[in-house]
Design a protein around this ligand. Sequence first.
Ligand SMILES: [Ca+2]
Length: 154
Amino acid sequence: MLKVIVSLLLTLAINAKEANAKSKVCPSGWMHLVSACYHLSTYKTTWSKARAACQKLEGDLVVPTNSKENNAVSNIVKQRKLGHPWIGLVRHKDKKFYTVQGGKPSYTNWHPAQPDSPNSENCAHFYDSIGRWNDIPCSQQYHFICQKPPIKRK
Ligand SMILES: [Ca+2]
């Protein structure tokens, strides 16, 4: 009897776990990587217009928060040949970079010797094939990556 109950409880636990995994999904046009949903642009534009486009899609520019996320996004960028896309970090008046959410980044992956131009390069983008970052004038036109949390379906 005990064996049956234990087995039943295990089955329920596994089903619950699977249901939870399936309930975390991304909307159409977005891909799930690591812990978020990502949308890749089909055109190049300035940093501000890229951000506005992401917000219109109810997301924001990507802010990688660890090397796993950064590598996953950088690999997709390479696969899709998106060049050097914008990410969600921008210089404020104090000359430091902040995330689009307004906080100091908890993780950064600047290319060696970057950021290097506090007076003219106020936006951040993926700079090389391994996803390191560079500051560059915000008026440049690049592809961009939007991010939003997965949807939790009830
Ligand atoms: Ca730079």
